[in-house]
Design a protein around this ligand. Structure first.
Ligand code: CTP
Length: 473
């Protein structure tokens, strides 16, 4: 195949190329590729189909369509980090391409100890980038263009070191400069030794990145490359990563819930003891907020009734803020009818019956006596409505032991259609954290989902709701 040096073209053509590339948001190199591809396609159209033409016709209609439209394919910048799992990243290139996703690879210096840029280039059918300061061409894509001229940045494998650099905002090589300069979503597939994954520093970095909006897939549990080592730390399989990347690039839930009204409760409730003190719990509201945002993205008309939380209103959602369980119930009743109701709030079970109108003072005569009384059960009340019952009522079960048994009993007791069960014991890190492991329990089945970010749980739940309510994809 002939190679072409853009530098040898005359200045007028170079200027026109630069302009065209800037307009389409591509590198000059890519723009030249697009022009050549278009020219080749139009050449094909001119050449008669007879085998005597000397040109081999592509008989595969899928391949023909793909090559003709490849400039419109979703684009992934795949950053390959320096770990033994780098060899799996080569398979990931193939898996992404199988899904008609354009892949452009970037390798860290350490990654090149495991796999070569040449292999990645051959598989991606495009040059693999390695240097921040590449002297090869004045038309080099540059880190800013590599960061922007894409729809998704995938980091696989993401080593502990790369995660630390990302969390700190370092930019001392091409990979980290792209990660810092990109305005596109980032998907990270960590791979490291289980001890490194469980190290407090890595946990801090992962939590920080999740807060920054980075999505994670894996790591999975299993055997490590090191002999006799096993645990959580294996990179997710390339097919899993490619499928996940595709859901980020081609959102499955787009507008599937248009025309549906969804009522969601989230966060804790605060039950007053007196005007300055209250009973509360550790719920952050993150899961309920993520569901509200995902449902709104899917086109639903969402009303979110939220207890006191430290979160911004999700985009496109009507938010009603309340303090106590009784105020939450009143707002839920006001917001009915709805097609679907999701009760993600951690409602306080009890309130103080004799809450003081004034601040309770310390006295010589002993401790104040607080009488507790039970709060209304909002989920049970709505599930048992004779009129205006939403078609699908979903509760949450926050349990610290016997998760599935307790959650199944709760489903029956409260009369809802599904229960999203999650382990909220301190060791799980769910309360206040960014990840969740849930089980979807209905009358006839229990479905266990892998560890996911709360955003991923929200998207998957919205998809399941759309599937169950027959909403068209
Ligand atoms: N819930 C509710 N109103 C309440 C208590 C709970 O709407 N007063 C809802 C929650 O929003 C959740 C489900 O009921 O969807 C289960 O909440 P959970 O706290 O797990 O269970 P409880 O009913 O409080 O039972 P227990 O504390 O005994 O586990």
């Amino acid at each position: 195949m002939a190679s072409l040096t853009v530098r040898q073209l005359d200045d007028a053509i170079k200027a026109r190329l630069r302009l065209r590339a800037a307009k389409s948001g591509r590198s000059v190199e890519d723009e030249v590729r697009v022009i050549l591809r278009e020219a080749a396609d139009s050449l094909d159209a001119l050449v008669p189909r007879s085998s005597g033409s000397g040109l081999v016709q592509d008989s595969d209609p899928v391949r023909r369509t793909r090559s003709a439209t490849s400039s419109k394919l979703p684009r992934v910048t795949l950053i390959i980090g320096g770990g033994i799992a780098a060899y799996k990243a080569l398979d990931l290139i193939r898996r992404l391409k199988e899904r008609a996703i354009h892949v452009r690879c970037v390798m860290t210096r350490a990654a090149q100890q495991f796999v070569t840029p040449l292999t990645a280039s051959a598989l991606a059918d495009e040059r693999c980038y390695t240097d921040l300061f590449d002297p090869q061409s004045e038309f080099d894509a540059g880190h800013i263009r590599l960061a922007r001229d894409t729809d998704l940045v995938v980091v696989a494998p993401a080593t502990a070191d790369l995660l630390a650099k990302m969390a700190q905002g370092h930019a001392d090589d091409l990979a980290t400069a792209i990660l810092l300069a990109t305005d596109k979503p980032i998907l990270v597939a960590p791979a490291m030794n289980p001890l490194m994954w469980n190290n407090a520093a890595t946990k801090r970095n992962v939590a920080q990145l999740a807060r920054d909006g980075v999505s994670f897939i894996g790591p999975n549990a299993g055997e490590m490359a090191e002999a006799n080592e096993a645990g959580v730390g294996r990179m997710s399989e390339p097919a899993e990563i490619a499928a996940f990347a595709e859901t980020m690039l081609r959102p499955i839930n787009s507008r599937r819930l248009a025309g549906k009204k969804i009522l969601i409760t989230a966060g804790p409730t605060h039950e007053p003891i007196d005007p300055v003190r209250y009973i509360a719990n550790r719920s952050s509201g993150k899961q309920g907020y993520a569901i509200a945002e995902a449902a709104a993205r899917a086109g639903a008309d969402v009303v979110l009734i939220s207890g006191p939380v430290d979160l911004d209103d999700p985009a496109g959602v009507q938010v009603i803020r309340v303090e106590s369980a009784r105020a939450m119930l009143a707002q839920v009743e006001k917001s009915l009818p709805a097609d679907i109701a999701i009760f993600a709030a951690a409602v306080a079970d009890w309130r103080v019956a004799n809450a003081g109108e004034q601040k309770i003072k310390k006295t010589q005569s002993g401790l104040p006596k607080l009488d507790l009384t039970e709060n209304p059960d909002i989920l049970a009340a709505v599930s048992k409505l004779k009129q205006n019952r939403p078609k699908l009522v979903i509760g949450f079960a926050a349990e610290t032991e016997n998760l599935i048994a307790n959650a199944t009993a709760k489903l029956k007791r409260k009369g809802c259609d599904w229960i999203v069960a999650n382990d909220v014991s301190p060791a799980s890190g769910v309360m206040g954290g960014d990840r969740n492991t849930v089980h979807i329990i209905s009358a006839n089945e229990t479905e266990s989902w892998p560890v996911m970010s709360k955003d991923e749980v929200a998207n998957a739940l919205v998809k399941r709701i759309a599937d169950a309510t027959g909403a068209k994809a």
